[in-house]
Design a protein around this ligand. Structure first.
Ligand SMILES: [Zn+2]
Length: 66
């Protein structure tokens, strides 16, 4: 079984394009990789858009420093 390397990424969720979250790759229920915000923002059906932008979500930044 191959071990996917979760890539560090940043991006926004849904309609909120101002809050840039730290994204981590997770396996969805079909076994595909999806990027989800570390802080858990957004619902499962919300579109995550990856950006080359600095993370500014306080919740994600707090998680990064633990
Ligand atoms: Zn966040």
């Amino acid at each position: 079984m191959r071990n996917p390397h979760p890539a560090e990424a940043a991006g926004t969720v849904g309609d909120d394009v101002l809050t840039v979250h730290a994204l981590e790759a997770e396996l969805d229920r079909h076994g595909g990789l999806v990027l989800r915000p570390k802080c858990g923002a957004g619902g499962p059906g919300e579109l995550v858009t990856e950006w080359l932008r600095a993370v500014n979500c306080p919740d994600c930044l707090a998680l990064d420093h633990t």
